[in-house]
Design a protein around this ligand. Sequence first.
Ligand SMILES: [Zn+2]
Ligand SMILES: [Zn+2]
Length: 477
Amino acid sequence: MGVPTPPMTPPLTPSQLRQPPPVEIENYVTRTLRNQEVLPPLDRHNWFKEMIWLHVIFIIFTPVVGFWGAYHTKLVWKTGFFSVFYYFFTGLGITAGYHRLWAHRCYNATKPLQYVLALAGAGAVQGSIKWWCRDHRAHHRYTDTDLDPYNAHRGLYWSHVGWIMTKPRTRPGMADVSDLKKSHIVQWQHKYFIPCLLLMGFVLPTIIPWLLWGDLRGGIVYAAILRLVFVHHSTFCVNSLAHWLGEAPFDDKHTPRDHLVTALVTIGEGYHNFHHQFPMDYRNAIKWYQYDPTKWFIWGCKQIGLASHLKVFPANEIRKGQLTMRLKELREIQQDLVWPEGRNELPIVSWAEFQEHSGKAPLILISGFIHDVSDFLNDHPGGRNHLTQYIGQDATSAFFGGIYDHSNAAHNLLAMKRVGVLHGGHPHALDDRFIPPSQKLRIAEYNELVTNIPMDCEQTLLSGDLKRRRNAGHNYE
Ligand SMILES: [Zn+2]
Ligand SMILES: [Zn+2]
């Protein structure tokens, strides 16, 4: 018969039994996706009927016709300049209008500016303001989930054009567009979107080069079709490239990234990591030298009275995000390094034991720690004798200036040679010389600070706090 063993976990007390089990709060995205019909993934059997063929033809047809036409059409320099101008004009309709004005309400625009932006945006042929902003708000609210219409986790192709050419596998998440429903200009543009699109996307860029310098064919090929291809892919890059290429200087919870290349191809929308953190800010680039023509355009409109109330997120909060990311980086470096053992990890040695062991190995006492310097005797820059004369003795004063005031590097190296703690030999808590300089600014997670502070650090923190309060003139008697 075996020996009975006690249960591994103690039985619950009556008060624990009375407590209801913890309630798992289901994430909104998971719940929404669970309650809706999701289309099956695309495969070789169903892809044909799952494509939105009008979009497919348009997305493929425009670059094919545009580049084929450019190969067979002489580029007149006036048409070339006009096409670039019209690219920026319609592009700003999206970036300064659709995106920063209507989707994010980053500033207020006067009626004339709103009409110009609504018409320019229609010329970019990307749907009406109402439709575009609804999806974009869902993108911000459910970034990187299946409720995000251009979820970057589904790959570069999907976030670039896949989501436009394929029937959405799930419905985009809920987004509040009540403000847009109240906007007369947004409603007007939605109602007359097709005439606006034809006029601004094709008719105007064709007739301007035709009527002003007689280049009808160049107008169609360069200013209308090829310009449209570039505007399309410029915007698509905000959803694909800006969620894939670059750095995350403000937060790395989601995929948005900052990169100059993305900024160059998107009229300044490439500082997307900043944008997702601070979407109401009228800027995407916060440094003066970063490329953000959309910001410059909005600022220019303010100077001539067309825009007002440009929103800027508090610099203090922006810097908190930057600091967090830098601390994260530094912590990774910190975790790659080897650190000395703390007081709680070392054996406690009596004075008699210290003396006894010093006869067998070169042990030196400094700041309450016993160090084995056997591998350093011949490398000591001050010479071997300065070490050997302190074997079995307390060299704290000598190390900290009595003989030589050692460098921080020497102190850090010394700490790596710890082999024990002298019983009763630990210095007063206010004396922080037992902490190597490299550990005085250690980066700790918040839970490490609360639950896992090594005793020696804890004492220093508490004593530091007390010192500060005393210096501030508080009386605790
Ligand atoms: Zn984004
Ligand atoms: Zn946005």
